[in-house]
Write a new protein. Sequence first.
Lengths: 103, 103
Amino acid sequence: MNQDFEPYYAVIFTSTRTEGDNGYSKMADLMECLAKEQDGFMGIDSAKSEVGITVSYWKTLDAIKNWKQQSDHLQAQQKGVKDWYKWYNVKICKVEREYDFNA
Amino acid sequence: MNQDFEPYYAVIFTSTRTEGDNGYSKMADLMECLAKEQDGFMGIDSAKSEVGITVSYWKTLDAIKNWKQQSDHLQAQQKGVKDWYKWYNVKICKVEREYDFNA
């Protein structure tokens, strides 16, 4: 156990998409680029099967709030609700502990 | 914002697999069935692209600990390190807030 572990935050975004791309992929790539420029951004993991799961990592709750309100991201959120998602769920989480395995 | 929101826990498991199935899929299905029988299990989301992401949800940290130490799961963890994973990362998180969208 790492005694120096400093808690940070994860946003778990699970979703089911509508049919077709409808400009989604291009916007998703742009959003990832813009997120990486935000203060407090730490990383992102993304995978898609029947549901899509994207987890982004942030130093503070304020960093998450700032990204949520970033103007290009606000437009993407509006497009998301209108065109891309059947449903989504967002969970704001505090990462309290973690460990790795490397073969 | 739901004022009655009761925090719970998420385990974010990200991984990269070795080549081939090597008995993984059958064991993964079994582990999901067994996890669902554990006290405090709330749900699971899973998706796979370049990385695999599985997020399981639990009522308490004790429920997570009990599942980690469940005997069949311990065997699966040993097989995982030996045969299935190039690397993995486990994050234990407290879910502090969440919201949904339904089209």
